[in-house]
Write a protein that binds this ligand. Structure first.
Ligand SMILES: Cc1ncc(COP(=O)(O)O)c(C=O)c1O
Length: 412
């Protein structure tokens, strides 16, 4: 422990942290069998969802797993959010309250539907929306809320659903980072009107690269989301003469669904392991002086996606970017910054939407300004620590030792 690696010292961790291998012989088997069959008979059966059984079956299994009545598979998490918003059939200019700390995939569908995103502030300790921060932003144009269970940590859904009931607002839960996270004994995604999932390969489970799913107990939203995700086809409507609404082609493919079905069988184990790893890291982090982990609500069991690490910068000789560089050189995978607040992105700040029209800000909200001071402060004071379910005791111990070492050399 003579020096930091960045200064020529020896690393605590001698070999790299285990990589995240998500696939095993089970995925290989189903895909190989499908492709072998596809060389001998009608190929469409193995590719397009209307020709084969995989997507329909995946939807049923997904709904069963989460305990909802319905599930609709789509091509990405963004497509899931878009189709869920489409299903609400809101009017252009209606307002949707959401969080500034998320992926643009939560926000862009709002604008594509001619709706105005309204950013509510977050709780500093969880970086999530709360009923209180949402309520501050409700006005007579507000029609819906999109909550994001960030990094796997559930929002306090009971309070948020009570608020939604009070103001008659629809709720979409963005579960792109929180597959099988539990709040008060229930999976997130099952509290609101609809839950939307990303199944891209960086997430807790994947449908083989890209994919998404919408779950709901409300039959009307199920059909509307399904129609939206396939160019307004009249699913669930008898004797229709044509396509009944605008929509896009957001269909999932058979191969994606076949992979997704195998992955669904693994999610409980992955969620359990990820929870345990972070809870053990929390114990080690308690002894640190300048770094700490973000919080989770009581009575929650997150399927953590990554860890937010709070840095009390005034205690250190270096800023957050330098500390992240030092930690990376010691062998961890750390991001110095998560995202910028969504409203700082040019597509919002410079109204880069539909040509030069500024639509839908023009004409519906020319005056709107965004500022969420707590979210800004939270983003400025947290780093992201990446881990995966293949970590064991040694990885947890080494991570704590690395943070201790960095504190030893970098605290003032
Ligand atoms: C919170 C959140 N919402 C939506 C998305 C969009 O999902 P996708 O990349 O599958 O379109 C992501 C992707 O990272 C996300 O993290």
């Amino acid at each position: 422990m003579d020096k930091l690696v960045i200064d020529g010292g020896k690393p605590i961790r001698k070999k790299p942290f285990p990589s995240r291998i998500m696939f095993d012989k089970r995925e290989v088997k189903v895909i190989t069998e499908m492709m072998k069959k596809a060389t001998k008979e009608n190929t469409a059966k193995y590719l397009d969802r209307y020709a084969g059984p995989q997507v329909d079956t995946y939807e049923k299994e997904f709904a069963k797993f989460f305990g909802t009545k319905f599930a609709t598979a789509v091509s990405s998490g963004t497509a899931a959010i878009h189709s869920a918003i489409g299903a609400l059939e809101l009017e252009p200019g209606d307002r949707v309250i959401t969080t500034p700390i998320t992926d643009p995939g939560t926000i862009m569908p709002i604008l594509f539907q001619g709706l105005i995103p309204v950013f509510a502030d977050v709780d500093f300790d969880t970086l999530n929306l709360t009923d209180k921060t949402i309520e501050e932003k409700i006005d007579n144009k507000t029609k819906a809320i999109i909550v994001v269970h960030l990094a796997g940590v559930p929002c306090e859904m009971e309070k948020i659903m009570n608020l939604a009931k009070k103001y008659n607002l629809k709720v979409i839960e963005d579960c792109a980072q929180s597959h099988a996270s539990i709040y008060k004994g229930k999976y997130v995604g099952t509290f609101g009107d609809m839950g939307a999932f990303s199944l891209m390969s960086g997430k807790h489970m994947t449908s083989g690269g890209q994919g998404g799913m919408i779950i709901t107990n409300i039959e009307d939203y199920y059909w509307k989301a399904k129609r939206f995700a396939d160019r307004g086809k009249p699913f669930g409507i008898e004797n229709s003469k044509g396509n009944v609404c605008l929509g896009l082609n957001y269909r999932m493919t058979e191969i994606e669904a076949a992979i997704g079905r195998v992955q669904l069988k693994k999610i409980k184990r992955i969620a359990g392991k990820r929870y345990k790893i972070v809870e053990e890291l929390r114990v080690g982090f308690k002894n640190l002086k300048g770094f700490s982990l973000w919080k989770r609500p009581q009575d929650s069991k997150p399927n953590y996606w990554f860890c937010f690490v709070k840095v009390e910068q005034e205690k250190f000789k270096f800023d957050k970017s330098k500390l992240a560089e030092i930690l990376n050189r010691e062998g961890l995978t750390i991001g110095a910054h998560y995202v910028i607040p969504m409203y700082e992105n040019p597509f919002i700040k410079e109204r880069k939407t539909f040509g030069n029209s500024g639509y839908p800000f023009i004409p519906y909200a020319p005056e709107i300004e965004y500022r969420c001071p707590i979210a800004e402060k939270a983003l400025n004071s947290h780093m992201t620590l990446y881990f995966n379910e293949n970590w064991g005791k040694k990885e947890i111990e080494d991570t704590i030792k690395i943070f201790e070492k960095v504190e030893k050399f970098c605290l003032k």
